[in-house]
Ligand binder design. Sequence first.
Ligand code: GLP
Length: 261
Amino acid sequence: MEVIVESGAHAIAVRVADAVCELLRRKPDAVLGLATGGSPLPSYDELAERCAAGLVSFARARGFTLDEYVGLPPGHPESYRAVIDREFVSRVDFGPGAVAAPDGSAPDIPAACRAYDDAISAAGGVDLQILGIGADGHIAFNEPGSSLSSRTRIKSLTRQTRVDNSRFFGGDVDAVPAHCLTQGLGTISEARHIILVATGANKAEAVRQLVEGPISARWPATVLQLHQHVTVLVDEAAATGLELLDYYRETLRLKPDWQGI
Ligand code: GLP
């Protein structure tokens, strides 16, 4: 796991965009894992700007989102399908149908979840997964207690996550669905490279657990310690709990130029 502390959200976005552009240069038909939430938005802005400037193309790429609420009517503006279309997909040049999302209104939820995992496998797996992290250490919607080898499935959201996400539902916690579909921790762990972005002091404890805590379903993101290629991009505020912060800074400073992230 590599930890990179940046000065702020823009510097993080540039790193993420550089990694996506480099991947698409090497592999134009790459498969991207796309997160919703606020953390990746500056990266999507940066990529949309670069795409508009002709510096990168998503025309042959494909994408899979991480999660979706259960019970929102199709087309609801806060469904993650609508959010990712609005915030990213519609702003770059993906082909029609190139980005898939779990179907939270499927009549047969277990079958839809299995089909989603199968679709990721059939696409060859995710080359680069962009992730955020919840204050309670969840990734996608894998709340504390999630099996570390879980697959895409239905989950109940914690009260805290519903409170956190109520800002998108007019501040009404009861308007936030109680259930979601989410790629499992096992599913996410199959991505070849994972970039996790976290900014702000309210993420500091989750980042501390993710990087330096014991691997535990109590902090689901800690499963990433078992992955061979994870890059954790944080700002100063989110890095404050890290015991080995000086070492991470030194490692970055001395890193060979050829290495990349
Ligand atoms: C949501 C999403 C996660 C996201 C997390 C943090 O619940 N399901 O994918 O990482 O919250 O969101 P934010 O980046 O807005 O803090």
